[in-house]
Design a protein around this ligand. Structure first.
Ligand code: PMP
Length: 428
């Protein structure tokens, strides 16, 4: 193996790519568990909820589907998605504007390969966008955001950036409700962003994979404000609990049909098409109906109660987070404990997360993995270490859920314990 690697060179673009921070934390967590230690998995971003029964039944009914499907995706599914999003967002999309892929992650990568863009990323951003750009050979620029502004991209800064850099094509990638911060844009913010994007003719990849988890069910899309340049990226992984099913979708403006065609060519030479039974089953997820409506309503309530408790608990102990609006995460800033942490030998978010895990069993991901400066004491906390089926049953019996500590203890005891461990350690 050593001889092999010393005689053969890797693609030069890959040489400084490291295994993801998630992997390192997961490995350490596994090691601790093997030693019999309790681990609080607040680092992992998988939906805790089961796939709704109607969707599982549809998969079972379609297990016999064996033929390759069209590269762009099953027509019936694309039509269902186009209709669903056109209705919800007040835009006009047809089946020809939709692309189906093996997870939105693969589609985001395929887009970068097809476009070879100058990628514009707000910091913090989800861990995989920048490494994907690096693999694809695309250049990335970061625009800073601040906790004071809710970690949201400031349209004035975007405008300034676009005036100073006129390279083409420029791809702005935004994600809301956000991983890692839990924040989202309001209508006014989206209007201002749309104005700047239009002025500079940006292509925007709007990663709305957490859209349906908006606590109030009131997710808005930039596509309603900047329809001609916004690609919506979404899929079943987060709102439908089906991350392992590997299905994602892009809803693209007809103005960018050349891009969809280029992506389809790449797809035809790489993944071919998404598994046929999965695509057939996904039609039922987008058809909606009473069971899906109840599932969404209950899962949003559960996430809201736990997310808001997490925010309040940390804030009460001087660990600052933005109040989450959807998704699974908050992005705590431990800056007020800088001096105490320095006394423990901690000066970076990476050191913070490693020591926290070793001493308390609580796994978080360091802010540096999301594009933040190494020495900023931020981390991503994912509050979904709970039994999703039990939580949905609890919510079904008691909706509307009351937002109190007892409810959190009933729904997500491990999350509450994990939060207590963090604060105890900080104050020790
Ligand atoms: N975007 C964001 C912000 C995510 O958190 C994830 C999954 N962690 C993805 C995209 C990719 O999701 P998938 O490939 O499962 O559709």
């Amino acid at each position: 193996m050593d001889t092999y690697s010393s005689n053969h060179k890797l693609n030069a673009r890959l040489t400084d790519l490291k295994p993801s921070a998630t992997l390192a934390i997961n490995e350490l967590s596994t090691q601790l568990k093997k030693q019999g230690r309790e681990v609080y998995k607040l680092g992992f971003g998988q939906s805790p909820f089961p796939v709704p029964d109607v969707v599982v039944d549809a998969l079972r009914d379609n297990a016999h589907q064996k033929d390759y499907l069209p590269v762009v995706g099953l027509e019936e599914l694309r039509l269902q998605i186009a209709n669903s999003y056109s209705g919800k967002l007040g835009i006009n999309r047809t089946a020809d504007d939709v692309l189906i892929g093996p997870g939105s992650k693969e589609l985001i990568f395929t887009l970068q390969v097809a476009l070879d863009p100058h990628l514009i990323l707000p910091s913090p951003s989800w861990v995989s966008y920048a490494p994907q750009a690096q693999i694809a050979g695309a250049h990335t620029s970061w625009i800073n955001t601040t906790a004071e502004e809710g970690w949201l991209l400031n349209p004035v800064l975007l405008d300034q950036f676009c005036r100073s850099d006129t390279s083409s094509p420029r791809l702005l990638l935004i994600n809301y409700p956000n991983n890692p911060t839990g924040a989202t844009f309001d209508e006014q913010h989206l209007t201002s962003l749309a104005e700047v994007c239009r002025k500079h003719n940006l292509i925007v990849l709007s990663d709305e994979i957490y859209g349906e988890t908006h606590f109030e069910g009131q997710h808005r899309s930039l596509a309603s404000y900047y329809p001609e340049g916004t690609i919506i990226s979404t899929g079943l992984s987060k709102w439908c609990g089906a991350g392992g099913w590997r299905i994602g979708t892009f809803i693209m403006p007809p103005e960018l049909s050349y891009l969809r065609q280029a992506m389809a060519i790449i797809a035809s030479e790489t993944f071919t098409s998404v598994s046929a039974p999965i695509q057939h089953a996904t039609v039922s997820a987008y058809q909606g109906g009473d069971q899906i409506v109840r599932y969404l309503s209950n899962s949003r309530q559960v996430l809201k109660v736990i997310g808001l408790f997490t925010h309040q608990f940390l804030t009460d102990h001087d660990v600052l987070t933005v109040k989450p609006t959807g998704g699974f995460y908050v992005f705590p800033d431990f800056g007020k404990y800088r001096v105490t942490l320095l006394a423990k030998g901690i000066a970076t978010s990476d050191q913070l997360c490693h020591q926290l895990l070793e001493k308390t069993g609580v796994a978080l991901l360091p802010g540096s993995a999301f594009g933040r400066p190494e020495d900023e004491l931020t981390a991503r906390l994912s509050y979904v270490d709970f039994d999703g089926q039990a939580a949905l049953d609890y919510a079904a019996d008691r909706a509307p859920l009351s937002a109190d500590e007892n409810t959190v203890v009933a729904l997500a005891p491990q999350v509450k314990l994990g939060l207590e461990k963090i604060v105890e350690w900080l104050k020790s």
